[in-house]
Design a protein around this ligand. Structure first.
Ligand SMILES: [Zn+2]
Length: 72
């Protein structure tokens, strides 16, 4: 499923592919490199806001922790 995300900073739309109908996480604008926190529900964008570096780092740490506990 490909969802169109319009960057609030530079107004460029980009495609974002998800495997689930629900997603909360970072999206990086391919043009201005802004990192956005997007919230998708039912394959539709419900919110999109700027994500600061600290938040992104925390998110990536969580993902890493999940991977580690899952992977074997
Ligand atoms: Zn942008």
């Amino acid at each position: 499923m490909l969802v169109n995300i319009t960057c609030p900073k530079c107004n460029t739309s980009g495609g974002f592919s998800i495997t689930d109908a629900y997603y909360i996480g970072p999206y990086k604008c391919w043009k201005c490199r802004a990192v956005l926190k997007i919230n998708l529900e039912n394959n539709r964008l419900v919110s999109c806001e700027a994500m600061d570096d600290a938040e992104l780092a925390r998110f990536e740490q969580e993902q890493e922790a999940k991977k580690r506990s899952r992977g074997r």
